[in-house]
Design a protein around this ligand. Structure first.
Ligand SMILES: Nc1nc2c(ncn2[C@@H]2O[C@H](COP(=O)(O)OP(=O)(O)OP(=O)(O)O)[C@@H](O)[C@H]2O)c(=O)[nH]1
Length: 799
């Protein structure tokens, strides 16, 4: 028997799906979303309830006695409803989960339902209700003796009834939600109070234990000098320096230590640190980010990204959607590629980000930009769920973006959508027709089958998301793509996310400033305004911004320029700071300038013997001008902690037969720490010696291209060990050198013998992809091994 969906019934009763879902949930009826089905008797009950409310409203003009009578019947019905509902969810659950329960194809079921509803005469109950077994209907309407008994024979309608009578679904719902929220807030407040007390207690306890004067919280900026901190703690500076040495930080009395270190020191004295950093950039942005008042908010089109495995038809699907939905007025327009486009379906717009593949999506997310409202996961019906499909699912899930599955290539003879659905369930996407909440639509980008259904589903999900924006304010959005055009200068495709962008607006994106000189839409037409969710190509920026940069429009050009200046200053400062770190390359120059009197070194090696040997040999290199000082030595991979220590004490790191792990590598890049890696102790000593005398010739520098993890190994009799790898970062190229690292130790260095994706030989494989490879004359590859790929680059000496 066909059951009705939440959104269908909501539409029928003229209620918002959202309200109906909350109401059902609050009454103990389990529904997942607007696509969930409702038991027929529940639907019927809701219809009766809605009908009752409507009638009651009309009854205001009906004579009093008559109204009272009707209301009595209504009340009776309503009073017994909760009882029925409480039993229902379980039954509903069972029905979905029962094995062997033939899943009714979604399309078939929806069509059947629509057909039945279309055939019915006005005023007649919908099909689902008509098929309802009679006894249920009776049961629902007929008051139970007990319930009836509790109803007073004469109902005073004016006083008792209005509460039931005029309360619409929404209002009832709101009260429950508000009540819950209030209770939760209360609980939170209480929790915080007790926590605060406990914290305070601990601190005081510690302070009194140490028999110290209680000092209030120390308020500081991003850093504080050792002297200043000692003054505020009322402690001798020497004591603090001792503590810092204990932490591996060699600081002088005038040196600045950052908030994190200050916090550790102060914790020892039971003193709290409060960091207050004045951030002029934040202040400007806060002014721009002011919240919209609800009355200014209007619905905006949803923004969709298409993701999926290679060759499953992302580009074809985007093209098919674009072609099928070119309206008559646009037919003559030349479709431009501007990184995003809009189509219209049933009078509603949908924005597609025309950058297939999840790289664009993740790159933007990595930069903190959330542009996508809905993800379309394309899966080829003849191929099924593949590695990149899984990646795409995980990316969308991590971003908390709803997924609609487009099962593509349905025109192909080998198409098997049920297999795809089965595979999807293994990755946490349960198709809605199997009781889950994932919408799956069968499509063919080739024949255009199902494209319209897909668009309909997108609009349905978008409706549930209630996407809104305020077109009246200054624009804010994200840069989707940007390039330098020879003739036109910097060109950026931006997606307006709030406000309206207009010609002449002053805008800032990253460190790029400009006035919007011209705007072009996705059909190549010049436009003067771009409302929310509209992608446009913008001319007029001073430089090329980066994809993922957030842009803001300003009414005050001065403020815009101020923001850019703040960002530029900060960038410069960071570069300067980074450059001030010691490296072997500029060691000699800095020694000569008297800047460096001590060369701090951190030594990491594969065995303790090497650590000691290196430390000793390095220390022996000390001369009158500079003292080589190993501040830390240890066995194992170079870690992020080593980098932090190097950064805090301005040290270089020497690794012997070990490598930095991936976090350490990133941190070293950020902190500009010089890491030198060697396989021969003598080379390490020689390099430092040469650097100290200005003779270091770093002509060739190793450049790491990427890292991959061995996920599986296969033995092939003629080939040797084949490693199934996943590229963790960067890329692998066929001709790169590699080293095999096991537990942070370099086990082998050599070259690649072959590199394949699926069955094809490839020249390179990028981050996020899987590949198969073999290593020249080396077979001892194990699961979990890390392969690091590198080449050599010639570097010009600058001293
Ligand atoms: N028969 C059939 N072929 C299709 C369909 N959709 C795409 N293809 C074909 O599948 C191949 C790959 O399609 P693309 O659109 O390039 O796939 P993609 O996912 O964008 O591929 P990448 O951009 O390489 O990741 C092309 O040869 C298309 O012609 C379809 O619905 N039916």
């Amino acid at each position: 028997m066909g059951k009705i969906r939440v959104h269908e019934l909501a539409k029928e009763l003229g209620i918002e799906s959202k309200n109906m879902i909350s109401w059902l949930k609050n009454h103990g009826i389990e529904v997942k979303n607007h696509m969930s089905t409702i038991e027929d008797d529940v639907a019927e009950m809701l219809r009766a309830k809605a009908k009752g409310q409507k009638e009651k409203k009309e009854e205001k003009s009906v004579p009093k006695q008559q109204t009272a009578k009707k209301q009595q019947t209504e009340t009776t019905t309503q009073q017994q409803q909760p009882k029925q509902q409480q039993h229902r969810p379980q039954g509903q659950q069972h029905r979905h989960n029962r094995p062997g329960n033939r899943p009714v194809p979604q399309g078939e079921r929806r069509d059947r339902q629509r057909e039945q509803n279309r055939d019915r005469k006005p005023g007649q109950a919908p099909a689902a209700a008509a098929n309802q077994p009679q006894f249920r209907k009776d049961d629902q309407r007929r008051p139970r003796p007990q319930a009836a008994a509790s109803i007073p024979p004469v109902v005073p309608p004016e006083k008792e009834q209005p509460r039931e009578k005029v309360k619409p679904l929404e209002k009832e719902e709101k009260n429950i939600i508000e009540l819950r929220r209030e209770r939760e807030e209360q609980k939170l407040l209480e929790k915080q109070k007790t926590r605060g007390k406990a914290k305070k207690g601990n601190k005081q306890q510690r302070a009194s234990n140490e028999n110290q004067e209680v000092i209030g919280p120390i308020i500081m900026g991003a850093s504080i000098s050792v002297q200043e901190l000692a003054n505020r703690l009322k402690k001798p500076a020497a004591e603090l320096i001792k503590k810092l040495i204990g932490l591996g930080i060699m600081a002088t009395i005038n040196q600045e230590i950052d908030a994190e270190v200050a916090e550790i020191i102060c914790a020892d004295y039971g003193v709290e640190v409060q960091v207050k950093i004045e951030d002029p950039e934040k202040e400007i942005l806060e002014l721009l980010e002011q919240e919209d008042s609800p009355e200014d908010l209007v619905a905006r089109p949803c923004v969709v990204t298409v993701m999926g495995h290679v060759d499953h038809g992302k580009t074809s699907l985007l093209d098919a959607i674009r072609q099928t939905n070119v309206t008559a007025s646009e037919a003559g327009g030349i479709t431009q590629h501007i990184g995003a486009y809009q189509v219209e379906h049933n009078g509603q717009k949908i924005t597609f980000l025309d950058t297939p593949g999840h790289e664009a999506f993740t790159a933007m997310r990595a930069r903190g930009a959330k542009v996508t409202d809905i993800a379309i996961l394309v899966v080829a019906a003849d191929d099924g769920v593949m590695p990149q499909t899984v990646e795409a699912i995980n990316h969308a899930k991590a971003a908390n973006v709803p997924i609609i599955v487009a099962i593509n290539k349905m025109d192909k003879p080998g198409a098997n959508p049920d297999r795809v659905k089965q595979e999807l369930t293994e990755h946490g996407l349960l198709p809605e027709e199997w009781g889950g909440d994932t919408i799956c639509v069968n499509v063919s980008a080739k024949t255009k089958q199902g494209i319209s259904d897909l668009l309909e589903m997108i609009l349905l999900v978008a409706e549930m998301l209630e996407l809104k924006a305020n077109p009246k304010r200054l624009a804010k959005g994200t840069v989707i793509e940007a390039k330098l055009d020879k003739g036109r200068g910097p060109v950026a495709t931006v997606l307006v996310q709030n406000g309206t962008l207009q010609i002449g607006d002053a805008i800032v994106a990253g460190t790029a400033f400009g006035r919007v000189r011209a705007m072009t839409d996705d059909k190549g037409r010049q436009v003067k305004k771009a409302p929310p969710s509209m992608p446009v190509e913008v001319l007029g920026l001073s430089e090329v911004p980066e994809a993922g940069d957030v842009f803001y429009a300003f009414d005050d050009e001065k403020k815009a320029k101020q923001l850019v200046q703040i960002r530029l200053d900060r960038k410069r400062e960071e570069e300067l700071k980074a450059n001030s770190k010691v490296s072997l390359e500029d060691l000699f120059a800095r020694i000569k300038e008297g800047e460096i009197k001590e060369l701090n070194v951190i030594v990491k090696a594969d065995v303790q013997g090497s650590v000691e040997a290196l430390k000793q040999s390095l220390e022996n290199l000390s001369n009158d001008e500079v003292r080589v000082k190993p501040i830390h030595g240890g066995v194992g991979a170079i870690t992020e902690t080593d980098i932090m220590l190097a950064s805090a004490s301005n040290a270089i790191i020497i690794g012997f037969n070990v490598r930095p792990d991936s976090n350490a590598r990133k941190a070293a890049e950020k902190e500009k720490i010089d890491i030198r890696l060697y396989r021969v102790i003598y080379d390490a000593i020689e390099d430092v010696k040469a650097a100290m005398s200005g003779l270091l010739e770093p002509e060739i520098k190793e450049v790491v291209l990427g890292r991959a993890e061995v996920r599986q190994t296969f033995k092939a009799s003629k080939i040797g060990t084949i490693a199934g790898c996943y590229v963790l970062e960067g890329k692998i190229t066929r001709d790169s050198h590699l080293r095999l690292i096991r537990n942070g130790i370099v086990v082998h260095e050599g070259k690649l013998e072959s590199l394949k994706r699926f069955k094809d030989d490839v020249r390179e494989v990028n981050q996020g992809y899987e590949c198969g490879l073999t290593i020249e004359k080396y077979n001892d590859i194990k699961e979990g091994d890390i392969l690091e790929f590198f080449t050599f680059e010639k570097i010009k000496r600058e001293i």
